[in-house]
Design a protein around this ligand. Structure first.
Ligand code: ATP
Length: 222
């Protein structure tokens, strides 16, 4: 299949549940690229995390509520529809085949995901297929300083830092190969915190209203 796109931007994740951190982060990425669409790409079986407590259908239903109401956000169900486990490298190869060799492909991840990237399968090859755009996310904000100081937590990131760029324009002019740290205002929200709030019977303002209503109606995370 050939996807007719100027560029393809996606954010993978468990989305258990989808929250304002995902939505605002994706919209900030969209704004950086002339309001291009950003695809939320849920993982069926997250490889790097504990299994979600909700079903695939429930996670998709919550994402659907969000994309239905948010211009510029789309849903990409390719990992859900795949028979086997969701490895990012397979998704990147598939997207690259569909987009052709020259269309820019941007993978948006939060700083916590970037920290664990060396442990992802074949992640040293990711930049052969796409750009990586890292969203600031507390508590990891100034990674560059950590890298310059030779902190052990980022010493396995050389292959990524070697490709670091400071001008976001390059992400839309090349097919892939660049690492970019986006200095957007960080949003301190996580799905685990939201699940805990719901368990403690607290209303979470970190959720879109439609998602909060869905969670309530289906008694999720209780
Ligand atoms: P959990 O708390 O269960 O670990 P999460 O909030 O990190 O979940 P995921 O679905 O695992 O949610 O995240 C998908 C992607 O979105 C990841 O790359 C993650 O780093 C990023 N992300 C999630 N929340 C934020 C946020 N508040 N700011 C920036 N990036 C975020």
């Amino acid at each position: 299949m050939q996807l007719a796109k100027d560029m393809y931007i996606f954010m993978g994740g468990t989305f258990d549940p989808v929250h304002q951190g995902h939505i605002q982060g994706a919209l900030q990425a969209s704004a950086l690229f002339d309001n291009n669409e950003v695809h939320l790409l849920p993982a069926k079986i997250p490889v790097h995390k504990n299994a979600p407590t909700t079903s695939v259908e429930q996670r998709i239903a919550m994402l659907q509520l969000v994309v239905d109401k948010t211009a510029k956000l789309q849903l990409d169900l390719r990992e859900i529809n795949r028979a086997d486990q969701s490895y990012t490298i397979d998704t990147l190869k598939q997207l690259r085949r569909e987009l052709g060799a020259t269309t820019p492909l941007v993978m948006v991840i939060g700083m916590d995901s970037f920290m664990s990237l060396p442990q992802w399968r074949d992640s040293q090859q990711f930049l052969d297929y796409c750009h990586i755009l890292v969203l600031q996310r507390p508590p990891y904000i100034d990674l560059n300083e950590a890298y310059k100081q030779g902190e052990p937590e980022v010493e396995q990131h050389q292959v990524f830092f070697a490709q670091r760029i400071f001008d976001a324009q390059k992400l839309s002019s090349a097919a892939g190969g660049c690492l970019y740290f986006y200095q957007q205002p960080p949003i301190a929200i996580s799905a685990s915190e939201i699940r805990q709030q719901i368990k403690n019977k607290k209303h979470s303002y970190l959720l879109p209203v439609a998602v909060a209503i869905y969670i309530n109606q289906h008694h999720l995370y209780q």
